[in-house]
Design a protein around this ligand. Structure first.
Ligand SMILES: [Zn+2]
Length: 148
């Protein structure tokens, strides 16, 4: 029998995500760091890199912290596709994408063609390239995304 997927809260991801939020205050203006939870999933065959969930009632009441969103990163995909030195850059890119889904007040932004195109345009067509995903904390990228 296949192992069940393993979901775990991750404070390490929170730390990385908070750095991304800090660097992109305009692009991620709807993100309130304290209202977002982070989890990793392993032992999964899911194809996605990341997913953002709204936390709805009655689950809100079961959590210690008041959270509106939970972002999950699929560590299987990261480990399968990226060399050790590229993993953190890849995770930051996925986090940037997932955080962009957050619209505040418990709402989620849907994927729009514009959002997707702007990511390709700014980071390059192979931005989630396993060889060299860019470091989005670099000034060059921050200034591109933050421009309105
Ligand atoms: Zn998405």
């Amino acid at each position: 029998m296949r192992q069940p997927a393993l979901w775990k809260p991750s404070e390490v991801l929170r730390g990385w995500a908070n750095k991304v939020i800090k660097k992109y205050p305009a692009y991620l203006e709807m993100c309130e760091p304290d209202r977002i939870g982070y989890m990793t999933v392993t032992d999964t065959h899911a194809r996605w890199f990341g997913v953002t969930y709204k936390v709805r009632e009655p689950f809100k009441t079961a959590l210690d912290d008041e959270m509106d969103y939970i972002i999950v990163i699929n560590m299987n995909k990261i480990y399968d596709l990226f060399a050790k030195e590229s993993r953190l850059n890849a995770i930051r890119i996925v986090l940037l994408h997932e955080l962009r889904h957050i619209l505040g007040a418990g709402k989620l932004r849907r994927h729009t063609v514009e959002d997707f195109l702007s990511m390709l345009e700014k980071l390059g067509i192979n931005y989630l390239d396993s060889v060299q995903p860019p470091n989005i904390l670099a000034k060059k990228y921050v200034s591109m995304f933050e421009k309105k």
